[in-house]
Ligand binder design. Structure first.
Ligand SMILES: [Zn+2]
Length: 271
């Protein structure tokens, strides 16, 4: 099977085009990674050409030996659909989880995203927490969520509560709430560690004044989390611009919603 026909490659090509159209993927903003299932890898191993091993400054035994499809550094989302072999690459972690080897893609000499630490460290956390189900990590510059990070206190319980109040769907889709990071320098291991720490409790992690990270079992789920949270943030900004809330869904009603949909809400947000 041609690597370009793998479902994971199609997922990234399609979602990157959609993200660009939504205005969340300007220039080289955003990055995506997928932990590739063994059955998909086995279909295309014959096309792999192993490059040089690259040492990482962290060790991830939980995902050692795994293969990841990762967007390249400096890649423009609007180019991924038409040039997947240049824009994307597959890397394999070594057996100790502290180095990777490119095995496909990056045909014009590229390498994985500069946010590789946030991706891989989050994959390790989410793989364990989801019993192997979560395979997607998606980072994008969702406009309204970024704008919201300038006007709300940067606390998970407040950001979560404000988003939950905007649409009944929010609590049902992300009952565990949104993790929130203060602004940090992008592209460093430190922001990777901090993101992965919040991924222990949340599939959505807001990077203040920068963007959002989402984890999911599928691209639809990860993207769905972001588009729902971003729509709620858009409404919150509109409500604030219109003079502020006159009424909203109460904490008691939010608990009723959680009970009705059989989800466990982040209790700190039900103040
Ligand atoms: Zn970014």
């Amino acid at each position: 099977m041609n690597i370009l026909d793998l479902s994971c490659v199609n997922d990234i090509r399609n979602i990157s085009r959609l993200i660009f159209k939504k205005g969340w993927g300007e220039a080289n903003g955003g990055n995506i990674s997928i932990r590739i299932p063994a059955d998909e890898i086995n279909l295309c191993k014959n096309q792999f050409v192993r490059g040089d091993e690259v040492k990482l400054p962290y060790t991830m035994p939980g995902i050692a030996g795994e293969y990841f499809l990762v967007t390249g550094t400096g890649v423009f989302f609007r180019h991924i659909y038409d040039s997947p072999e240049e824009s994307l690459g597959i890397v394999q972690l070594n057996e100790t989880g502290d180095a990777y080897t490119p095995v496909w893609g990056y045909t014009t000499g590229g390498r994985p995203t500069s946010e590789l630490s946030s991706h891989l460290l989050s994959h390790e956390v989410r793989k364990e927490i989801s019993n192997g189900q979560n395979r997607i990590i998606l980072h994008t510059h969702a406009t309204n969520l970024i704008a919201m990070s300038f006007v709300l206190p940067l606390k998970a319980e407040i950001v979560t509560r404000e988003l939950w109040e905007m649409m009944s769907e929010c609590l049902v889709l992300f009952p565990e709430g949104v993790g929130v990071l203060d602004w940090m320098m992008p592209g460093k291991s430190e922001i990777g560690y901090a993101t992965a720490e919040l991924m222990k409790a949340h599939r959505l992690v807001l990077w203040a004044h920068h963007g959002i990270f989402a984890a999911g079992v599928s691209m639809d789920q990860a993207f769905g989390l972001i588009e729902t949270a971003d729509k709620a943030a858009e409404m919150l900004l509109k409500v604030m611009a219109a003079g502020g809330k006159q009424q909203a869904i109460s904490a008691e009603q939010l608990q009723q919603l959680a009970d009705a949909f059989n989800v466990v809400p982040l209790k700190e947000a039900l103040y």
